[in-house]
Design a protein around this ligand. Sequence first.
Ligand code: ADP
Ligand code: RBF
Ligand code: MG
Length: 182
Amino acid sequence: MSNPSQLPIRMISRVVRGFGRGSKELGIPTANVCLENDVLRCSVDYKSLPTGIYWGFARIGEPSDNEAGADSVLGHVHIAAISIGYNPTYNNKELTVEPHLIADSQHPKRHASSTGETQFQNFYERTIFLSVLGYLRPEMPFEGLEKLIDAIKKDITDSIELAKSTDPSVISERNWVETASA
Ligand code: ADP
Ligand code: RBF
Ligand code: MG
């Protein structure tokens, strides 16, 4: 599980709509990152990364006064399990960068999705701050959604374990995600 040398990479962009399959078919929503040149700011060219499944940290926008609160997705750093690639189960033609944001273990939304994973309210068009820290595995075509869901569930538990690290680079990326501004 050795990491590509470009990592960690930092991205600031907007959350855009995809095909809507993450929530509906898998019960695992993913925030699709806008990859257009004039919107995305990226510390390293993301196209130089191998496609695959990664882990990292993400934060969505800034809460305005009436949206702030401990249970809101907005403004908090979340551990993320991130797909970078072509979703070979679905044969996408365009590359996507799609983090699934994981709520803390005690959070009311941590198991709110149809398959028991994190489901927040929608946050399309919001700013996303994302740091991609580590490589988990290659993306693969799965036969049947059950197997894809099981693989992603393992990625989620692996991401939670790896994010507990007190390695200085992990702490510093968490801090960047927490404090970066658009
Ligand atoms: P799309 O194909 O449009 O990305 P998804 O089914 O993947 O649709 O759902 C993604 C959207 O769901 C995100 O853009 C966001 O607004 C919302 N969302 C809710 N909870 C989460 C979560 N835990 N991680 C990522 N996105 C989430
Ligand atoms: N799609 C695949 O086709 N193969 C995979 O191995 C795969 N792994 C994923 C791992 C994680 C952690 C996440 C968040 C997504 C993964 N996906 C994979 C992408 C998934 O198909 C996609 O998010 C949905 O189709 C909604 O866009
Ligand atoms: Mg998505």
